[in-house]
Design a protein around this ligand. Sequence first.
Ligand code: AMP
Ligand code: MG
Length: 502
Amino acid sequence: MNTIPFENQFITLGDAFYTKTKPTPVANPTLIKFNQELAESLGLSTNNFDPNKAVAIFSGNTIPAGAEPLAMVYAGHQFSQFNPQLGDGRAILLGEIVNPDGKRFDLQLKGSGRTAYSRGGDGRSALGPVLREYLVSEAMEKLGVPSTRALAAITTGEVVHREQLLPGGIITRIATSFIRVGTFQFFAAQGKTDAVKKLADHVIERNYPQIKSQAGNTAVTYANFLQSVVDRQAALIAQWMQLGFIHGVMNTDNMSIAGETIDYGPCAFMDDYAHNKVFSAIDRNGRYAYNNQPSIGLWNLSRLAETLLPLLAQTPEAAIEIAQNILKTYINTYENNWLPGMRAKCGLSNSAQGNDDKALIEALFETMAANSADFTLTFFHLSRLNKQICERSTKHEDALRNLFNKPKQLDDWLTQWRTRLDDETQSDKQRQTHMQATNPIYIPRNHQIEAAIRAAEDHNDFTAFHDLHKVLQGPYTQQKGKDRYQLPPQAGEVIAKTFCGT
Ligand code: AMP
Ligand code: MG
């Protein structure tokens, strides 16, 4: 029997927070991929869950027992413009699952039909964005970055109308919460402080239980809540930066309250390094460019702080001061995540007195930018260099130099780097092992995602999708015969622009 042990809490908040909505059935659903490992961690497999029989659930054609489907309401700043009314326009929360470790997850279908919040949209998703989200969200998990996850992907057997007709798809995804910064904004914009408080209490109970107050949450609890969200978001964005990940559409409605990467639309990992790299076709001013992500994180968190002001103190002046003091910590927390992460990438373990590691790291990025060097391959080869130039690492030294148009600039940096390594207490072997554990070999490169999507959408061929997914399961392990997944795009393969696919 395919049972899902639902245990729904969000629905108890009341109908101001959602609209009950059933998925719209589809013609001919077919399973593309089921995430067995995730299913096991959710405790589904103990119930003899059969994914092939569950296609009816993942397509929205059958509502499983215990599900109470609904679309969540939210607002959001989209490219800095406030939109007071958004919401799940093409997603439906089926319900919540508590896994065997007692951890609670939201289970959502995306692409499952119109809701009260669809506005002009069809509530559907093309297959491409489903495959992209499946590949990238699962890659993020394996790279160690907090993320929503993919439980299943299906084709609907129907077409969706975009600029052209495309096959439709639905992704079943899970999160520790699908509540967004924009969810708080929805109620705050209407002056509904009681609803903001109810939402905050719900999120604290579920996602930040360590800060809750037994005697009832107080102003101090809400300040701790804001601080905790700030901390998680700063840490998350530092991780994106360490991997060359560009989210692409960091609107406040696409920022999770639980600190997970959410809503994989026009996201991409960069190949050749540029500080201000942008992929999203609609991000004309580069608001969400690579190097803007840390400051946009703070901008979004400032919008969250505004919604919480009435809960932070009796007077607006006092509340603003509290909020500002918390927001001020963001930059430090970000730096305190960014620098150790980047030091690890460069094999710099101890903070030897007098060394300016930050300057050394920034100099590397400057050199990479000046040479359009591939982000992932630079760190890949660097992780395999010996401190003393020697025969054994010549192959990687040469390959690294080949990534730079002007290798002399790299040589100069490598000289500084090797001098800095003199201060390391770890052995050279240990350093390389640590670097290789933090610098991935495989990332979901944009042109490979695109190739997988093209084969699937144009030829109903999912081989490339499955192969790429498999490689991304082990991003830090060299896999036999998979070298091509390491390679940046050839001139004809470059995908310069990405789309939301909405
Ligand atoms: P995004 O920026 O992609 O996260 O989407 C912004 C808003 O548009 C969200 O409220 C989505 O639910 C909604 N939306 C996007 N695509 C569609 C669609 N095809 N049908 C209905 N609503 C959509
Ligand atoms: Mg969104």
